[in-house]
Ligand binder design. Structure first.
Ligand code: NDP
Length: 276
């Protein structure tokens, strides 16, 4: 797997043949999304993850337009928010996101959360947008096995991605395996546990062993597990150092020891029990 992890612009292939960079920048709660995206593009990032609820699609769009890298070389992701779910409202939400981004397509559009009694219709709308050639790939986020079991039999297009909370304390290997078996690429949100990974003792030991930061160790572990990752930072130095993970390789044994840190413990909401 890690033989294909080459550099910050490397990619994994989605089930429709589209290549998605495996490393990117998240901009949830970004202190200055325009500046952060420009810095990330400077450093070589080519995947940017936003959402309508982050309220910064405008800033993300501005940063991309300002930058020399051409739009077609950047993989832009956004998500339909819960209150916009349903068939017609999802199509409207997609158009509104494009207006805010000032773009004519997205590379990937995701259902942000599995809103009960809505997400099947929302998915139909994403299939429509995809079939119309308005978006390069479609997927879901926060879909546990039960949500996928409900969605998949209704799909004419299998989701290309499932973006999930994923870090050393929340591995959900069964779900990762299920997605892989079904051609759904797994993507990590909060890969750094919002900074809390810095407190984990074993990671300090590995950091010394490999002469890499704890964050670099964890992001490399994501990629070696075949998982796309989108750490958030608004700090230019950290945006740069987070991407410096292509000059070392974790041993199989150390990969397993990070896997073993799993406590099935979340930093964010539970997809089977959220009220927003
Ligand atoms: P992360 O796990 O990426 O952690 C971000 C935090 O870590 C910030 O406080 C950041 O601070 C800090 N940090 C970043 N780099 C370093 C470093 N090298 N050393 C120390 N601290 C560091 O959390 P997020 O929740 O933001 O997740 C990442 C992205 O995933 C989001 O931005 C969003 O795009 C997506 N997401 C998706 C969700 C979904 O439901 N689909 C839910 C939540 C997130 P600083 O900025 O100061 O560097």
């Amino acid at each position: 797997m890690f033989k294909i992890i080459t550099d910050v612009q490397g990619s994994f292939e989605l089930n429709n043949g589209v290549k998605m960079p495996y490393f990117g920048l998240g901009v949830f709660q970004s202190e200055n999304a325009t500046k952060s995206v420009i810095k990330a593009l400077d450093v070589g990032y080519r995947l940017i993850d936003t959402a309508s609820i982050y309220n910064n699609e405008n800033e993300v769009g501005n940063a991309i337009r300002k930058h020399d890298v051409s739009r077609k070389d950047i993989f832009v992701v956004s998500k339909v928010w819960n209150s916009d779910q349903g068939y017609d409202s999802t199509i409207k939400a997609y158009n509104d996101s494009l207006k805010r981004l000032k773009m004519d397509y997205l590379d990937l559009y995701l259902i942000h959360w599995p809103v009960q009694n809505k997400f099947v219709d929302t998915w139909k709308a994403l299939e429509y947008l995809y079939n119309e050639g308005r978006v390069k790939a479609i997927g879901v986020s926060n879909f546990m096995r039960n949500h996928l079991d409900e969605l998949l039999p209704t799909c004419s297009i299998i989701p290309m991605v499932n973006q999930m909370e994923f870090h050393p304390r929340l591995v959900q290997q069964d779900l990762v395996d299920f997605c892989t078996e079904n051609g759904i690429k797994y993507e990590a949100w909060s890969p750094l546990m919002k900074g809390k990974i810095l407190e984990i003792e074993l990671l300090k030991i590995l950091s010394e062993k490999y002469s890499k930061t704890i964050v670099q160790i964890v992001l490399r572990w994501n990629l070696q597990k075949g998982i796309i990752t989108i750490p958030k930072s608004s700090n230019p130095g950290r945006i740069k150092s987070n991407a410096n993970i292509f000059d070392f390789e974790l041993s199989t044994e150390d990969m397993k020891s990070i896997d073993a840190l799993d406590r099935n413990s979340r930093t964010g909401p539970d997809p089977n029990n959220f009220n927003f």
